[in-house]
Design a protein around this ligand. Structure first.
Ligand SMILES: C[S@@+](CC[C@H](N)C(=O)[O-])C[C@H]1O[C@@H](n2cnc3c(N)ncnc32)[C@H](O)[C@@H]1O
Length: 391
């Protein structure tokens, strides 16, 4: 057991979980034995999205109290209630026959709570979800919705071929896109690849090539000062293709991405020497992404400058960029607290508000970025505390 694991007291996997990670390690090891060391993006893709054994595909519990982490929609229904107010406010611009596309719906609580809260629910609620196991969880979450609402939900493997007028929402999806890792050395930036080390997996440095070399050159040229030798971080080459793909069918409307992240100059600060990659296992954060692939979530902060540039490259208009706290408070989060009865329920909802907006919780770390296409609507919440100039 590594020192890290003992200090963190990570509970050792047993039974089906232990078997899952053992098999996935074997598959990754075989891939490296045949192809040579692999980029971390390929490793992360297998660790999270291997069709049977990957973290989001293997059917083990992920979300909520018994899982590995809690997201804003999992805290309660108020995140969804705020979004519902935002989407209801778009009705004059969208009209009645509109579509909502949710990308990466996790346990499905946002689908259920949004449909339950909107005064003008969409005609179609499409869910772009790559995990068959999570689709099943989502169907179960919707079991108590009135059939008139549940019947509007459909699941997709790829964005719809036909264009639509409406809204796209992706909460905590961009942070789960596979990233490449790099280290600044005396010979310039090198790629941190995953190799075989004894019986397990390890690291090796390799010269950067192709798209990674070009993206790093452009990133480093964009920073106000050089990064020090030994600096390690990550870069997501999948961000722009992903955004272009998921927003391609949006003919008219709004695309909202909510995630933890920073503008580029705050992301690649010289003092952030180890990057932002973080793993979650049973509500404990750790920093060893090679530990127990298939059982640990792996994510990194989003470079919102790169996301904004990707939006503009695909013809989207940047409508706003702000903190989750500013966004939700402008959408009247917590304003009904005084009327909530009984007291125990009021305290529960007050605690949820606190977690959604306090700077030490999700309020400041999480940002909301909004893109539009051909839409003319007042988006006051997106522009509250507008931070577009920081991008
Ligand atoms: C961290 S979870 C967030 C879940 C949910 N949005 C929430 O806030 O609770 C990431 C979700 O994105 C899905 N996902 C990851 N990459 C995806 C992709 N390229 N297309 C569609 N879904 C994806 C995962 O299967 C999972 O449902």
């Amino acid at each position: 057991m590594s020192l890290d694991r003992r200090l963190l007291k990570l509970p050792e996997p047993t039974g089906e979980a232990a078997e899952t990670t053992k098999r996935l390690c074997q598959i990754i090891g075989e891939r490296i034995a045949s192809d040579g060391p692999i980029g971390f993006d390929r490793y992360m893709d297998m660790a999270l999205y291997h069709p049977e054994l990957g973290y989001y595909r293997n059917g083990l519990k992920r979300f909520g109290e018994g899982g590995d982490f809690i997201t804003a929609p999992e805290l309660g229904s108020q995140f969804a209630e705020c979004l519902a107010r935002q989407f209801d406010g778009l009705q004059p611009a969208l009209g009645g026959d509109w579509t909502l596309l949710e990308v990466g719906a996790g346990s499905g609580v946002l689908i259920r709570d949004l449909l339950g809260a909107m005064q003008h629910p969409p005609a179609r609620y499409m869910v772009l979800e790559s995990s068959a196991a999570l689709r099943q969880v989502q169907r179960e979450t919707l079991a108590d919705l009135p059939s008139d609402l549940a019947n509007r939900v459909s699941w997709l493997d790829a964005p719809p071929a036909e264009s639509f007028c409406g809204v796209i929402i992706a909460n905590e999806v961009a942070d789960a896109l596979p990233v490449s890792l790099f280290e600044i050395t005396a010979d310039g930036p090198m790629e941190r690849q995953v190799s075989i080390d004894g019986d397990g997996l390890g690291w090796q440095l390799a010269p950067t090539t192709g798209r990674l070399a070009a993206a790093l050159a452009s990133l480093l040229a964009d920073l106000p000062e050089p990064l020090p030798i030994g600096y390690r971080s990550e870069i997501c080459l999948n961000l722009a293709p992903w955004l272009a793909t998921v927003t391609a069918p949006l003919e008219r409307g709004l695309a909202l991405m909510i995630d933890y992240g920073y503008p580029r100059r705050e992301y690649y600060l010289p003092e952030r020497m180890d990057g932002t990659l973080v793993c979650h296992y049973r509500h404990r954060a750790h920093f060893d992404p090679l530990l127990w692939p298939g059982l640990c979530d792996i994510s990194s902060f989003v470079d919102f400058t790169a996301l904004a540039a990707a939006g503009s490259a695909t013809g989207l208009e940047l409508l706003g960029y702000t903190s989750q706290a500013e966004f939700l408070l402008t959408l009247e989060l917590g304003q009904d607290l005084a009327e909530i009865e009984p007291t125990s329920r009021r305290l529960e909802r007050a605690n949820e508000v606190r977690r959604l907006v306090m700077p030490g919780e999700l309020g400041e770390k999480f940002k909301v970025i909004g893109f539009g296409r051909d839409i003319d609507a007042a988006l006051t919440a997106l522009c509250a505390g507008d931070r577009r100039q920081r991008l």
